[in-house]
Design a protein around this ligand. Sequence first.
Ligand code: FAD
Length: 646
Amino acid sequence: MSPAIGSQPLTEDDILKVKNAPRVYRNETREKPLADDFMYAFKYNFPLPTHGQNTDILDIPADDEKNKQVIAEDFLKKLEQIIQAGDSKKFADLFLDTGVWRDKLVFGWEYRSFNTPKRIEKAASDLFPRTPTQNYKFIDPAPSVERPYPDIAWLQIVYAFDTDIVNASAVLNLIKTESGYKIWTLHTVIEGLHDYPEVPNKDGHMVGDKSWHKQRIEEDNLNGVEPEVIVIGGGQCGLQITARLKALGVTTLIVERNKRIGDNWRNRYEYLSLHLPHWGDHFPYFPFPEYWPTYTPAGKMGDWLEWYASALELTAWTDSNILAATKKPTGEWQITVERGTGEGKYVRTFHPKQVILATSLAGVPFIPEIPGVEKFKGTVRHSSQHDSSREWVGKKVLVVGTSSSGFDTAYDFARRGIDVTLLQRSPTYVMSLDASVPRMIAPLYEPKGHKIPDMDTTDRLAYGLPTGPAEELFRRTAEDIWNADIELLARMEKAGFKVWRGQRDTGQQTLAYTRNGGFYFDAGACKSIIDGNIKIEQGYPVRFTEDNVVLNGEREQKYDLVILATGFSNTVESIRSIFGDDIANKCNPIWGIDEEGELNSAWKLSGIPNLWLMVGSLQHCRYHSKKLALRIKAILEGVAKEPYLE
Ligand SMILES: Cc1cc2nc3c(=O)[nH]c(=O)nc-3n(C[C@H](O)[C@H](O)[C@H](O)COP(=O)(O)OP(=O)(O)OC[C@H]3O[C@@H](n4cnc5c(N)ncnc54)[C@H](O)[C@@H]3O)c2cc1C
């Protein structure tokens, strides 16, 4: 038997084909799987402030590096004085021409990015007069010179300060120029509310005549209690925002339709483990224990969610559904919830001041309409309805779609020796964990020794760069990962699988913010493709016959099972199904990058007053749940300022 096509020796041509794979960003002559501006309205387009010829940007000399603390102190003092004096012109002059000030709920009470000095000056002139600041001081980590590449260096300064209402942090990145240090990026972020700190835990001693369990049940029932906030969905996002709100003393009810918290992970396909190391996934107030598997199995994640809800005593009504969710003409919410099933079922109507949708970024399963499906004698199902390959030994399977679920599903069939074909419609971004984890996650989040890094400190840095500069830097990281993976990618291409560099040549980075998918961190399937254990077909299904699937070009094959790993609709469809057309139609676009570089609607104004969207990966969830909880608490207490929307 001849060796599988992808595992045959690679020729120099095979390698060169991938090495020279076209760059798609701003390459108008190339046909792209996804346009540069797909769900991406932002137009920053400034290069990195690299030092070298034809620029006034300099490398940071050794002497400055030695004196970085003094330089940082001088700069911070100057910045503090300018901001306190409300001098927007001098403030804007501190920035590079490509500089960005990003503010999360400190000055503008919204997520905002002000790109370039002109916008910065306008925002500062509007916001400084209404925001007194004081108590500027350094916090961890100490000022450092960052040099991710030989041609770029910046002085990173992390500090804290107070406004009249919040305590805040900032990450300031300075570039050395002929005329001294200039700000490349400044990121100011809410960290807490002066007058409403997190409330300490209750004493655990039994003081009344009720056991802890009895008391918990009573608290959970909310008899005579109106929650101030209702959270719809009890996955990671619903639980973490509720934990944050609880810590701030806000009564919050989670409504979860599954029987148990954690079923959202338990009910996914049995083969699933998280695709990234858990290092960046710790939950607030309750980090994973030291001996936790690097890649968390889905079932274990489900159990963890249930433990979390229990340990933090969150009020979560499972097996419950929203029967009606409306807004009165006065703007108040009216939410009718059905709790339980059978005899124990009952209905309650609440009037929360705020509602948070945490039903995930995925809307409803997207199932393409393929003619003839009703007469097909085999089985057709969406990947979200598929559990395991174990029933299909000896059968023939087609998996349609090459996102993470498509790969995982195909791999599960291949490892049982089942005849499986993966159907690819357009090129897919693929990266190995060996190449990507050390470049994307390990530097900040990997435990040093056995010590879990402080997540607040680490998140500050991980989220420190605004979208424009971060994208420019990530384009380079993606190139490094691509080159490190060259052999893997060449073998995949040889096996008939088509790869590309990702939207805007940024690998998975932009795809995550626009499509929320469309990439694969290799969790094992690539080897099966290379070895021929997952067959690859290019194209898409055009119709079914009784026995066969017909692909474009009239290619016809018999299959017993067709899995449609074709993704999900936009989140707005979840809003529509819960709140109806009227509210869904008024909602801002969801996900994707807006004109100034912020994500649409996530964790910020949604277009519907007092309706918030808590979405995202475990890392996003930890970081943004803190900001959203503080914002909601400030609104409930009447101390939040008007969001700045100019
Ligand atoms: C193969 C694969 C690998 C992944 N790997 C990672 C990884 O390594 N790291 C990572 O961060 N993410 C990973 N993800 C993404 C992960 O799926 C999401 O991060 C996560 O599930 C999103 O959490 P969530 O709380 O927003 O939504 P979900 O986990 O989907 O939770 C939403 C909850 O809302 C409930 N719900 C929905 N509608 C209603 C309603 N109308 N009423 C009441 N309740 C409702 C659901 O039952 C569910 O419990 C992976 C996904 C896949 C498919």
